[in-house]
Write a protein that binds this ligand. Structure first.
Ligand code: HEM
Length: 367
């Protein structure tokens, strides 16, 4: 991705996500929920009667509006989603073109020659321009008042502070490239799970009724869990006890989907069936903090493992629940023809991808 002006992971973004985001998350739930509902008001068509809606792009919109608050703060969160989407789309388009048109040794020339890469850099500059005044104002405030200065709950602040802690001054481009890392890491993964969960509820009306009741009853910190299936691990050189050597720079993937759905592991009995209370029951059996949506464990690799396990998993947990709360409390949904039948997922390599193209029939919630 970084060959086409895409972002590259940094120590600063890992630290900001692991420490600052998670510390601030509780405070951010309320503003995120407000933005999610506002985005639904704007992005969803009026649905007094059953209306066909391409639901995945709407979920992406809800996520990008909510996450904008976390990425760039209240001043910029309205303008950010359009620029961020433009950037992400242009990186993906440039990546595709380069793979198709250039041989790998000449990838670097695309940076100078490809019009698609020029689009990436244009969007990157626009994003940096948007962030610049806020960043510079905060840097100036810090220069005059030092540690007494007001701290903001967003990635502009956290990345700026993290750069300063390593003796560097963050530029607007540093800020947006770091933010784009977390956007790439989170946007589709989170939205896929929200879509999968909504599909599951179409086929299980009893669960939907129960969830609607629960949303009314419970506080924001006490909502139900659902399973995720994804893992990709990257290591420095490493030799396992049995002599298997993994050279530096190799990307290792753990076949998490296979592991989670293999009946012989006994990990998830009847993994193919939606069972909304599966993990709730497992928790009761073991009386542990295991089997939470964002748990990591020696037998749970959904979020990777060890020190590099996904530090954004708690935010993913919150955003998915907020999207579902919004969709479930505002709308009734069904599938166009074969009501109750969930669109099948595609399996590519080790990924399980929901069908993002199937529209759903949507109606404002009745009663
Ligand atoms: C459902 C959504 C998500 C999934 C499935 C997911 C999955 C993962 C996985 C499996 C890893 C580990 C990669 C490795 O071991 O090298 C990871 C790393 C990471 N994720 Fe997530 N993630 C999600 C959402 C998020 C969110 C919302 C954020 C931030 C707001 C985030 C930020 C990161 C970062 C910064 C890393 C790198 C951590 C490091 O190398 O120390 N992710 N993610």
């Amino acid at each position: 991705m970084n060959k086409v002006g895409g972002p590259r992971s940094t120590e600063e973004i890992q630290a900001s996500t692991r420490v600052d985001l998670n510390r601030a998350l509780n405070k951010l739930i309320e503003p995120m929920q407000k933005l999610c509902f506002q985005a639904a008001e704007k992005q969803m068509p009026a649905c007094p009667d059953w209306t066909s809606v391409a639901i995945y792009p709407k979920i992406l919109e809800l996520f990008s509006h909510m996450s904008a608050r976390v990425m760039v703060g209240p001043e910029l969160c309205e303008a950010w989603p359009a620029i961020a989407m433009k950037y992400i789309k242009s990186v993906l388009a440039a990546q595709g073109t380069i793979r198709k048109k250039y041989c790998p040794v000449l990838y670097w020339t695309a940076y100078y020659l490809s019009p698609e890469v020029a689009q990436v850099n244009k969007a990157r500059r626009q994003a940096a321009q948007l962030v610049r005044p806020v960043l510079e104002a905060r840097q100036a405030a810090y220069a005059s008042r030092g540690a007494e200065v007001e701290k903001h709950d967003d990635f502009i602040q956290w990345i700026m502070d993290s750069y300063r802690a390593s003796g560097k001054t963050a530029t607007p481009d540093d800020i947006v490239q770091n933010i784009f890392i977390v956007m790439f890491a989170s946007m589709h993964g989170t939205s896929f799970i929200a879509l999968q969960s909504r599909f599951s509820l179409v086929g299980t009306p009893d669960a939907l009724i129960e969830i609607r009741k629960e949303i009314k009853r419970v506080s924001r910190n006490d909502l139900k869990d659902s399973p995720v299936h994804s893992s990709a691990l990257r290591y420095d050189p490493y030799t396992f006890k049995d002599g298997l050597h993994v050279p530096a720079g190799i990307v290792l993937s753990f076949p998490n989907l296979r592991y989670n759905t293999d009946p012989t592991t006994g990990l998830v009995p009847e993994a193919g069936i939606f069972e909304g209370k599966r993990w709730l029951r497992r928790r009761a059996e073991f009386n542990t903090s295991k089997f939470q949506f964002a748990s990591t464990a020696e037998d749970a690799f959904d979020w990777g493992g060890g020190p590099h396990a996904c530090p954004g998993r708690f935010m993913a947990d919150v955003t998915i629940k907020l999207i579902l709360i919004c969709l479930v409390t505002k709308y009734d949904m069904k599938l166009p023809e074969k009501e109750g039948e969930r669109p099948s997922e595609s399996r590519r390599f080790m990924d399980l991808t929901p069908d993002t193209s199937t529209p759903m029939m949507v109606r404002d919630v009745q009663g």
